[in-house]
Design a protein around this ligand. Structure first.
Ligand code: FA5
Length: 351
């Protein structure tokens, strides 16, 4: 082995190192840096291939040459790692700059949903009666003639059927219920053991009524039914007065008028002074100063009997209130249809 060859080989290592460092230094993005790595440091890279020269060197020269190649490799790797880290740092800095959030900017206002007064009032009324110990019973929109009329003492061809102009369905004896009173007959009839009842039943009702400010062909009612021993008209009056005070406040005037329903005897209707004109008379109350909110009365003994409650032993009262009418009076809504139109400007008033 010639002295010159060792010198050449060591110089070669030095040169390869310089070349690699230069290349890495000049890489201006991640892709060209990876290319430099492959060119110099991969298994077939220039620095790695230098080791093939080893066989040509004398034994005593090999250690020095190996050291030079290793040093070239270490330096090139260090330069590569440093450059790679600098690219990553730059990339992160660019991302942070791009995704910078100005926390002092005003937030975008979010639109809040609101509960329609139709549902709000059902919850309020239900709460009042739950506080008085009533339970809530589910009714059904599609009813049979039996439960909507006959068990409520309204046989077929009875003239009082005209009071509630009915939507009949095609199937025989099926109709859209005209009143939640159908829940009364279901509750009484379906009790296997006849025990006291104290229930309310909210739900939709349907009639062929002409739509105006206080009437709709589809509206909601809440039925109430109490059956026990020794229930009197005084209990009904006290219950309705307590309800009216809780719903409309101590100052609002209410009045009870005697009325007629085939399923109650005696029967009453309850009016509340018109919120629109304060009782003077206007288009909404049709000049009377009052708006009718519910019908009520003592359960007719015939109904108790038909539904399996012995009228000699049991007595009861019932009421059916118009949900939208109560909402109109409670919230000052000037027309029943406002509750069905989903006008967000209207709903906004009901935070
Ligand atoms: C009845 O429906 C009886 N079932 C109520 C009842 C129950 C009486 C239990 C006795 C015992 P009436 O038809 O009056 O009664 O209706 C009751 C309430 O529903 C009315 O006071 C009114 O507030 C409301 N109402 C009636 N018709 C309409 C309508 N077309 N649009 C909006 N609300 C109505």
């Amino acid at each position: 082995m010639e002295e010159n060859e060792t010198l050449d080989a060591s110089l070669g290592a030095k040169k390869a190192q310089e070349e690699a460092l230069n290349d890495i230094e000049n890489a201006n993005d991640e892709a060209s840096l990876e290319e430099s790595y492959n060119r110099h440091l991969s298994k077939k890279g220039k620095i790695s291939l230098l080791m093939n020269e080893m066989g040509r060197l004398a034994k005593e020269q090999r250690a020095a040459f190996g050291k030079a190649v290793n040093e070239a490799k270490q330096k090139a790797i260090a330069a590569y790692e440093e450059k790679k880290a600098s690219f990553a740092k730059k990339k992160l800095a660019e991302r942070l700059e791009k995704e910078k959030i100005d926390v002092t900017l005003p937030a975008k206002a979010k639109k809040k949903g609101r509960i329609n007064p139709y549902y709000k009032i059902i919850d309020e009324i239900t709460d009042i009666f739950l506080d008085m110990g009533y339970e809530v019973v589910e009714g059904r929109d599609c009813e049979t003639d039996l439960y909507n009329f006959e068990l409520l003492n309204v046989p077929k061809d009875h003239p009082s059927r005209d009071m509630q102009d009915t939507f009949y369905l095609e199937a025989p004896d099926l109709l859209l219920r005209t009143q939640t009173s159908a829940a009364q007959s279901h509750t009484m009839k379906e009790k296997e053991v006849k025990t006291p009842i104290r229930m309310i039943s909210p739900g939709k009702t349907y009639r062929r009524d002409d739509d105006d400010m206080t009437h709709s062909h589809q509206f909601a009612q809440i039925e109430g039914l109490v059956v026990d021993h020794d229930i009197s008209l005084a209990n009904l009056k006290a219950t309705l007065e307590l309800f009216a005070k809780k719903m409309f406040g101590e100052k609002r005037e209410i009045r009870l008028r005697s009325s007629y329903f085939p399923f109650t005897e005696p029967s009453v209707e309850v009016d509340v002074s018109c919120m629109n004109c304060g009782g003077k008379g206007c288009a909404m109350c049709k000049g009377t100063g009052w708006i009718e909110i519910l019908g009520a009365g003592m359960v007719n003994p015939k109904v108790l009997e038909m539904c399996g409650y012995d009228p000699k032993e049991w007595s009861g009262f019932a009421f059916g209130l118009g949900v939208e009418r109560v909402a109109m009076l409670r919230y000052g809504i000037d027309g029943i249809r406002r509750m069905y139109q989903n006008d967000v400007r209207f709903l906004k008033d009901f935070e």
